[in-house]
Design a protein around this ligand. Structure first.
Ligand SMILES: *Cc1c(COP(=O)(O)O)cnc(C)c1O
Length: 398
């Protein structure tokens, strides 16, 4: 007997749950790519994509995933041998650094493990770079592996206070549409994202927003290639230039519907507030469970530095892996693996898991996932403290 019949819930941090409306918008015959409704619809995407990142800057769309977005940003920003400073608070910061290094960029990584950025170390690195060799500072907004959130306005202040001219580039793949993010107000030069997380659309679209300052700096970047060059995509005179070839037709119709839901119907501030409330419900449950089992703890101690779209937590090896198995096969809830959290004592990372509360999620999905997790801990004999579901419901009640 399994209790997993019914609609399954994929509660991993991307790909996220797709709204039926997005799926239905994609369910259509191939549109003509040379004119007509597709062209008219795509014109409406640009203002909404700018709104999603709170910017008046340009945006380029690529057929690709988050790794493509990294490569797009890197090739437009850098020449071979240029220096980049990468702040890593988990697996994805290192991923962006690896992408840059493989292209021939000289990368310095400030490694914060799976914890928050220490601004003093960033300041020291910027001050030490007297010749201003660092061309850009690359950072995640939320690192999906650790669920650490980085204070982007604080980085801007640091660049200004130290008088360092480096461009500021931010990976919002896990946070766009979930965590408050204001590209222009926060003085960000480049933002990267992808379709399959907060934007509720299947994997396959990568986005790069860039400021005028970044556009000017990129003019001399010798890593640019025709396909990755953001200029024709961001300022296309011809439709085919927007996508450097055939448009990702069906993804674009899905994205149109998702942006209607996020930007026009719910509104970004309400979406940010929803993610904040659901995240706090998850945190309160883990805090209560941890009171009865010291092995259970959130990865990020200070709520200020926690992402609102995903929560990484420790259960102690091998319980996280066992629990994920139970919730999937018995409860219909698939939780995220503990990515990049392995230790010498736990080489497979069986002690960590991640709960996504990202994109098309609501109170019953998050409370349901927590209840299934608690049922699984009971069934598997994993000790936990009482009151977690009451605590989560109280957070949802507000
Ligand atoms: C998911 C994710 C990526 C990688 O995206 P892919 O689509 O898997 O290439 C990069 N950075 C962050 C912060 C992510 O959450």
């Amino acid at each position: 007997m399994s209790l997993a019949q019914g609609r399954p819930y994929l509660a991993i941090p991307g790909p996220s749950v797709m709204p039926d409306r997005v799926l239905q918008a994609m369910h259509r015959a191939s549109p003509n790519i040379y004119g007509g409704p597709l062209h008219e619809m795509v014109e409406t995407l640009w203002p909404d994509l700018r709104a999603a990142a709170c910017t008046a800057g340009q945006v380029a769309i690529y057929i690709g995933n988050g790794h493509a977005a990294w490569e797009a940003a890197n090739t437009n920003l850098f020449s071979r041998g240029d220096r980049a400073l990468v702040l890593a608070t988990g697996r994805f910061g290192h991923g962006w650094a690896e992408s840059a290094r493989a292209l021939g960029i000289a990368v310095d990584v400030l490694d914060f493990g799976t914890g928050p950025v220490g601004m003093d170390r960033v300041e020291a690195a910027l001050r030490a770079d007297r010749g201003h060799a660092i061309r850009a500072l690359l950072t995640t907004h939320v690192d999906t592996s650790s669920s650490v959130r980085t204070d982007i306005p604080a980085l801007r202040r640091l660049l200004d206070d130290t008088g360092h001219p480096a461009l500021l580039a931010v990976d919002c793949i896990a946070s766009l549409g979930c965590d408050e993010y204001r590209m222009d107000d926060w003085g960000v030069d480049v933002t990267v994202a992808a379709s399959q997380k907060g934007l509720m659309t299947p994997p396959g679209l990568a986005f790069v927003w860039y400021s005028d300052r970044a556009a000017r700096a990129s003019a001399s970047a010798d890593l640019r290639t025709p396909y990755w060059n953001w200029t024709p995509r961001g300022n296309a005179a011809e439709f085919w230039q927007m996508f450097c070839g055939t448009a990702p037709t069906h993804h674009l119709f899905g994205l149109r519907e998702a942006l209607t839901m996020l930007v026009h119907e719910e509104g970004l501030p309400a979406a940010w507030a929803r993610h904040d409330r659901l995240a706090r419900a998850v945190w309160s449950a883990f805090d209560a469970w941890g009171k009865g089992n010291p092995a259970i703890a959130l990865n990020v101690a200070d709520p200020e530095f926690r992402g609102r779209s995903v929560t990484a937590a420790r259960l102690g090896a091998p319980h996280a892996t066992r629990l994920r198995g139970w919730t999937e096969t018995m409860g219909g809830v698939t939780l995220g693996i503990g990515l990049g959290m392995s230790t010498p004592e736990d080489p497979q990372g069986d002690g960590f898991l991640r709960v996504a509360h990202m994109g098309h999620v609501n109170a019953h999905m998050t409370l349901g996932a927590l209840a299934v997790m608690q049922a699984g801990m009971g069934a598997l004999g994993i000790p936990f403290g009482p009151g977690a579901l009451d605590a989560a419901a109280a957070v949802v009640a507000g």
